[in-house]
Design a protein around this ligand. Structure first.
Ligand SMILES: [Zn+2]
Length: 180
């Protein structure tokens, strides 16, 4: 094996077509049969079948943006220097929240900012037609650390002086959504 950063030799599990897999990508739709697949190191083939959900409103001819979406519950231990907002925090996290994390290539600040905004104002996901989408580069396993960054971002943005934060995050199963 050489280290050439060319295409990975991945084949569709359904029709054996070669997948046009870029090195940073972790999920694809087979160009021949339309089956969605995800990288899975636990499988001899290196792949598992995947179901992709498509939101409404992706313009025809445009490309949607993939997001990992999972419901999460959060329990916090907060310590503050001053201006304690822990009551507001526990009210906010009292109900389960929907985490939506960009799965396409974007900077960490952008990812956290979008995740914070989407948790505060969840879009209605609707159901649309399959459409092309930006390359999926965030592995499903990375949803948890990214969701923790989003919780940290939300807590750091409260109007108090946070000294220490302990996050206990329980995440449900992740789904891949492609949104407008
Ligand atoms: Zn196929």
């Amino acid at each position: 094996m050489n280290n050439s950063p060319a295409l990975l030799p991945l084949q569709c599990l359904k029709c054996q077509s070669a997948l046009p897999a870029g090195v940073d990508e972790v999920a694809w739709v087979c160009p021949t049969c339309g089956q969605a697949l995800i990288l899975d190191d636990g499988q001899p083939s290196g792949l598992s079948l995947l179901t992709i959900q498509y939101g409404a409103g992706i313009p025809s001819g445009g490309r949607g943006r993939p997001f990992w979406v999972a419901q999460g519950t959060v329990v916090l231990q907060r310590e503050t220097y001053s201006g304690n907002q822990s009551q507001q925090a526990s009210e906010f996290w009292q109900s389960a929240r929907i985490f939506m994390v960009p799965a396409y290539a974007c900077g960490l600040d952008d990812l956290i900012g979008q995740g914070m905004q989407l948790i505060n104002q969840p879009p209605s996901l609707g159901v649309g037609q399959p459409a092309p989408f930006l390359p999926v580069t965030l592995a499903a396993e990375d949803l948890r650390p990214m969701a923790e960054f989003i919780v940290m971002g939300i807590e750091a943005a409260r109007r108090d002086d946070l000294k220490a934060l302990k996050i206990q995050l329980n995440l449900g199963p992740a789904a891949l959504w492609v949104l407008a």
